[in-house]
Design a protein around this ligand. Sequence first.
Ligand code: CA
Length: 485
Amino acid sequence: MNSKLIILCCCLVLVGPNIDAQNKSKPNLIVIMADDLGYADVGFNGSKDIPTPNIDQIAENGVKFTNGYTSYSVCGPSRAGFITGRYGQRFGFERNPQYRVDNPNMGLPKTEKTIAEHLKTVGYTSGIIGKWHLGAHKSNHPLNRGFDEFFGHLGGGHTYFPKNLVLKDSYFTGDHIQIPNEEGGGKTWRAGAEIASYRTWIMRDHEPVKTEKYLTEEFSDEAVRFVERNKEQPFFLFLSYNAPHTPMQATKKYLDRFPAIREKKRKTYAAMVSALDDGVGQLLNRLKELNLEENTIVVFLSDNGGPEKKNASNNGVLREGKSSIYEGGFRVPFAIQWKGKLNKSICNYPVSSLDILGTIADLTKVEIEKDKPLDGVNIIPFLTGKEKGTPHKNIFIRKYDQKLYSVRDGNLKLVVKKNGNRKELYNLEKDISESNNIASSNKEDVKRLYNILNEWESELIDPVFLGLIHTKAWRNRTKKKSQKK
Ligand code: CA
């Protein structure tokens, strides 16, 4: 062996264990987010008609949260909260964005840092697979917001069958676009930008790719490949399934699993959830095979509550669903596993999707800008019992356009409807379904919680971009609905 080679070998021996120790102090993070999944539609929250054995493994191996919240009750703002670890209302992301490839301000403000940007500073490789929904302008593309890899779609409600993905270019312009029919024949139809965005090809990084499988399967396969590619270094994977968001589409393979469900929409929904569950199984199995389980935190959650009428989801005993400020809107199926670090348990105090960034940032000693403190905290010490008490004094939501608010303080929850000057108070421990308004007999608590809420609101700003609700198509739809009534 020549002398240069001997020196190199010595260096490798010396450096090897250090890198290993370093990586061990930097756990991988996998966040699996479902879209519009009902609170009661996972086995670990009691689902009987839709088995989710793979998702259940996460709760089985770790901690199930009965009071897990997202920071908003619809897709875009909820994701903006998760991805920054801060309430979106602090930086004006309070509406579902319109699909505007020509507007750099329609999406996550550049003043905010994403979880991927934070983790880059401590040596992580980050990937997002699936739904983005944080802005369709190129400047807001995941690769321009800290991610190293992207395989997915920029908009909200993607269609699932490859034959329906007929628009190659995700950056099409104009309010309306001609869409070829599904078989690619001569006929076309004219669609609004939002609907057209649901039919674009999937992007791999910046390039459109022609996919062949049912979309949920494409995302699951890609997630496994991402982990295989990045197993040697600390990684963050955001597996952002668009399932089981509308359109309601499933393949025979999954539909056939539910012969007992007669109602068509529920059956399709069940099939979509089952496909997602298979994907979670694929990923967890590969993680185990690669011996990465003990060095990987896996979180599962939905981005908001189930829109029960739209996709036949079920929020169980929780009141209302997606877009509501009642519990069904933003208390979601939520579980975490970290083999060897977290014991199997059930956590009944409130935690938030904002805590995912709070946790990984604290564990990896990410430096957080002082003028933009996180709302999320590291929940691991609370889960291990090292830290006493609970991570959050309060859980908030504000819906600016509707003038709706709520604040949770312990087991009390105040709901404020500023448009009608109405206040409701519920004791969630005794009344999980928010059916018994105890405001009139608890005036002091109403006043106290109202003050907490107003103090929080004084830190917020108005929305910085118009939303989906301001598009002509949305207004027409709402008009039609009210005429029907
Ligand atoms: Ca959603």
